[in-house]
Ligand binder design. Structure first.
Ligand code: FPP
Length: 253
């Protein structure tokens, strides 16, 4: 992290606690430049690094990055293997950056589908940073929201069979314990780049009340300034979780 920078953004009042980013548009960014898709993914990694640094600077509590979906396995073999080795290199390259910045790193997804070397490196990074108390950074990798919910239901059925839980006692809060991300603050805001307006299987359970911001910007072009503006807009918006506050009702009466 460059401490020599003067333009340190500051914590924004009422900023979201937990932001999820669907980093989309690497392929198109590369194509515009007449380059291979992996070139775009490499630029995407640099952008992710930049945004993690911003998140640290503004003391964001949690940041979740969607790096590889369960559905991304159906991409051309060459792109998938290129991405896997890029993830490996990224973990190696940025371990010390995360340690120096007190970042706690975790993954969400199905690690059993990942190459062994990558799986080990991710586990190492999780364990090395597990005591850190700063930004909670989660990489959603080989992750799908529907799969996450199904896995949660399987664990719930196990607990039911072992008489650990009475299904009549099941609530939104208690089911949350069977899912990923359950040690993180609520997902306040999702940002998706590149103009696509879908969630694409990202944090389906956790997004029930999230604000969602779609931007046309391709991920490698997504600048700190735009990120901060989106956070500002969020901080000014009123989130009521389906309730009507009393003042509004009086005004409407
Ligand atoms: C979307 O672009 C991006 C991905 C499929 C995942 C890869 C993401 C990165 C390499 C960025 C950060 C990674 C880490 C490890 C923090 P796309 O290929 O879907 O783009 P397109 O829609 O333009 O084809």
């Amino acid at each position: 992290m460059s401490s020599s920078q003067n333009n340190h953004p500051e914590t924004i009042p009422n900023q979201p606690k937990h932001v999820g980013i669907i980093m989309d548009g690497n392929g198109r960014w590369a194509k515009i430049r007449g380059k291979r898709r992996i070139f775009g993914h490499e630029a995407g990694v640099l952008k992710a690094r930049e945004l993690v640094e911003t998140a640290v600077k503004i003391k964001l509590e949690a940041l979740t990055l969607y790096a590889f979906s369960s559905e991304n396995w159906s991409r051309p073999k060459k792109e998938v293997s290129g991405l896997m080795s890029l993830f490996e290199k990224t973990i190696e390259k940025y371990t010390s950056l995360l340690i120096d910045n007190n970042v706690r790193f975790k993954t969400a997804g199905d690690p059993s589908t990942l190459p062994d070397v990558l799986k080990r490196k991710l586990e190492q990074m999780e364990s090395i940073t597990s005591e850190n108390s700063g930004l909670k950074l989660t990489l959603a990798i080989a992750y799908g929201g529907q799969q996450e919910i199904i896995n949660g239901i399987k664990k719930l059925i196990d607990d039911h069979d072992n008489q650990i839980i009475d299904v009549n006692d099941l609530t939104v809060e208690s089911f949350n314990e069977y899912l990923s991300f359950n040690d993180l603050p609520e997902l306040d805001l999702i940002i998706r780049t590149s103009g696509e307006t879908r969630l694409s299987n990202f944090m389906l359970w956790q997004s029930a009340y999230s604000e969602i911001h779609f931007t046309e910007t391709l991920w490698p072009n997504f600048e700190e300034q735009e990120f901060l503006e989106i956070l500002q807009t969020y901080s000014l918006s009123e989130r009521r979780f389906g309730n009507v506050d009393e003042d509004t009702e009086l005004k409407e009466a």
